[in-house]
Design a binder for this molecule. Structure first.
Ligand code: E4P
Length: 214
């Protein structure tokens, strides 16, 4: 499973890109607002830090305007993937953009039928949201079950659309993404740091360091 960074904060991307394991970046309007810079500024900086798919989300709501906005972002760099919301207008826009060879990431996906709509329109990626679905249904495996169902559906019908597990809040979501066979997980900075940690690693390291001194 590929690891994407789910952030638009440049300092965070600078740091995690140095680890050598980040294959792409996803942003959304909330993450851009948090970063304190515009989407255009963020795109320019991120493409210089990570050589992989960078998702930039459209603000427009009707298909024609989404396509025009998408063309602007796609023209900024070859790695730009245009993030399109799961609406009827979004589906129409994805169909047009895929015929133009512009890559898309259909976002705010919470059901298998939505994933089918996105894939049928030719989406490059779909982003099922684990955290938000778990919160809504007050379960800790609702997002996991959704990932598994979408994976099975794509396999059954031979869709090439890749699954990006999104809205990841903790390590269990990362583990669920791996177990489901998601192609990618887009992971926030705090969870990326948690992924290398284990209390026995810290304990073992301390013992080895003390032994090395002797
Ligand atoms: C990424 O593509 C999504 O926009 C992001 O993971 C959403 O995360 P959130 O539910 O924590 O806002």
């Amino acid at each position: 499973m590929k690891i994407f960074a789910d952030t638009a904060i440049i300092k965070e991307i600078e740091e995690v890109s140095k680890w050598g394991i980040i294959s792409g970046v996803t942003t959304n309007p909330s993450l851009i607002a948090k970063s304190g810079i515009s989407l255009e500024e963020a795109i320019k900086k991120i493409v210089g830090l990570v050589d992989g798919p960078i998702s930039a989300e459209v603000a427009e709501a009707d298909a024609e305007s989404m396509v025009e906005e998408a063309k602007i972002y796609a023209a900024m760099h070859k790695n730009i993937v245009v993030k399109i919301p799961m609406t009827i207008e979004g589906v129409k826009a994805v169909k047009i953009l895929s015929s133009m060879g512009i890559k898309t990431n259909v976002t705010l996906v919470f059901s298998v039928s939505q994933a089918l709509m996105a894939a049928s329109a030719g989406a490059t990626y779909v982003s099922p949201f684990l955290g938000r679905l778990d919160d809504l249904l007050k379960q800790d495996d609702a997002g996991f079950n959704l990932l598994k169902d979408i994976k099975e559906m794509f396999r059954t019908y031979n869709f090439k659309t890749q699954i990006i597990a999104a809205s990841i809040r903790h390590l269990n979501h990362v583990n669920q993404s791996i177990k489901s066979g998601a192609d990618i997980a887009t992971i926030p900075y705090n969870v990326l740091k948690e992924m290398v940690k284990h209390e026995l690693t810290d304990k073992g390291l301390q013992i080895f360091r003390e032994a090395a001194k002797k």
